[in-house]
Design a protein around this ligand. Structure first.
Ligand code: GUE
Length: 293
C-alpha cells in the first residue's frame, strides 16, 4: 500500500482564500487593510526568492506589503532603528525579518526589538518563552510549526498519546513544533545529530516531523508502517537531468517512504506553502489585534 499524499499546496490555498475573504470583509466594513513589512538584509538568493513569494501571497490576499532591502553591511544599530520605525508605523501590522541574518548581526537582539503585537513570525523570545510554558499562549505561533500542526490535525483524528518524533532542534522549526506537539498531548522525542541509534528511534514514530536540513536522510526502512510523515526539509540538490540542473528534495527519501508511511507531505508542495499561508493568517490576526487598540 502506498501512502496518502498530503497536499500542502491545496490546504494552503484554502487558508489563503479564507484570509483573503476576511480581509475583503474588514476593508469593506471600513477597517484598515492589513500590512506586512518584510526586512531582508543582504543578497542571499534563496532569501530573496522567499521574500518575493511572501509579498506575492500578501498581494493575492489583499494584504499590503512593504519591502525593505538593506545592504549586507547594515549595522545592528541601523537594523534595530528600522525595526523601531516599523513598530511605530500604523500601516504595518506584521514585521518579518528574513532569517538567516548576515553573521555580524545579533539575531536575537533584532527579534527582541520587534513589537510583540507585530511578531507575525512568532520568533520574539517572549513568544517562544510562552510557547514553552504550560497553559500560556504565545500571541503568534511560528509559521512553519503552525503549518505542520494544521496538516497533522487534518490527517489524524487525534494526537492524544501518539508517539511523535521530531528530527531536528532548530529555533524556527524543531523546538517550537516539539512544544506544540507536547501541548497537543503527543509523547514527544526530539532527536538530532548526536542521537544514538537514530533509525531505531525514528521507527517508533506514529508521527514524524523531519526538520534537519539533510537531503533524503530519513530512509524508507526508518519509517513505521502507517506513520504520518511531515517533511519540513527544503534542500536544493544537483540533478543533471533536471531543468536548471537542480531539484528540491526533503529530509525524507520520498520514493522509499511513500511505500511505507500512511500519509506523507511531498517536497515541494507540502510544508513550504503552509508556511506562507500561516504568515498571512498571523498578519490578519495582527491587524485584528490593532483594531482593539
Ligand atoms: N523570518 C523568517 N521567516 C520564515 O518563514 C523563513 C525565514 N525567515 N527564512 C527561511 C525560511 C524558509 N521558508 C520557506 C517558505 C516557503 C517555502 C515554499 O513555499 N517552498 C515551496 C517551493 C519553493 C521553491 O521552489 O523554492 C514548496 O515547498 O512547495 C519554503 C521555505 C520560510 N522561512
Amino acid at each position: 500500500m502506498t501512502a496518502k499524499i498530503i497536499d500542502g499546496k491545496a490546504v494552503a490555498a484554502e487558508v489563503r482564500a479564507e484570509v483573503a475573504a476576511v480581509v475583503a470583509q474588514r476593508v469593506e466594513a471600513g477597517k484598515s487593510r492589513p500590512g506586512l513589512a518584510t526586512v531582508l538584509v543582504g543578497e542571499n538568493p534563496a532569501s530573496q526568492v522567499y521574500v518575493r513569494m511572501k509579498q506575492k501571497a500578501c498581494a493575492e490576499a489583499g494584504i499590503e506589503s512593504f519591502g525593505y532591502n538593506l545592504p549586507e553591511d547594515t549595522s545592528q544599530e541601523d537594523l534595530e532603528k528600522l525595526v523601531r520605525e516599523l513598530n511605530a508605523d500604523e500601516r504595518v501590522n506584521g514585521i518579518l525579518v528574513q532569517l538567516p541574518l548576515p553573521k555580524h548581526l545579533d539575531e536575537e537582539r533584532v527579534l527582541a526589538a520587534i513589537s510583540l503585537d507585530k511578531d507575525v513570525d512568532g520568533f520574539h523570545p517572549v513568544n517562544i518563552g510562552r510557547l514553552a510554558q504550560k497553559g500560556r499562549k504565545p500571541q503568534f505561533i511560528p509559521c512553519t510549526p503552525a503549518g505542520c500542526m494544521l496538516l497533522l490535525r487534518k490527517n489524524l483524528d487525534s494526537l492524544e498519546g501518539v508517539n511523535a518524533v521530531v528530527l531536528g532542534r532548530s529555533n524556527i522549526v524543531g523546538m517550537p513544533v516539539a512544544l506544540l506537539l507536547v501541548e497537543a498531548n503527543a509523547t514527544v522525542t526530539i532527536c538530532h545529530s548526536r542521537t544514538k541509534n537514530l533509525p531505531d528511534v525514528v521507527r517508533q514514530a506514529d508521527v514524524l516531523v523531519a526538520a534537519v536540513g539533510r537531503p533524503e536522510m530519513v530512509r524508507g526502512d526508518w519509517i513505521k508502517p502507517g506513520a504520518v510523515v511531515i517533511d519540513v526539509g527544503v534542500n536544493r540538490i544537483d540533478d543533471p537531468s533536471a531543468k536548471n540542473g537542480t531539484r528540491l528534495v526533503g529530509d525524507v527519501a520520498y520514493d522509499e517512504a511513500v511505500e511505507v508511511a500512511g500519509a506523507i507531505t511531498p517536497v515541494p508542495g507540502g510544508v513550504g506553502p503552509m508556511t506562507i499561508a500561516m504568515l498571512l493568517q498571523n498578519t490578519l490576526k495582527a491587524a485584528e489585534l490593532s483594531d482593539k487598540q
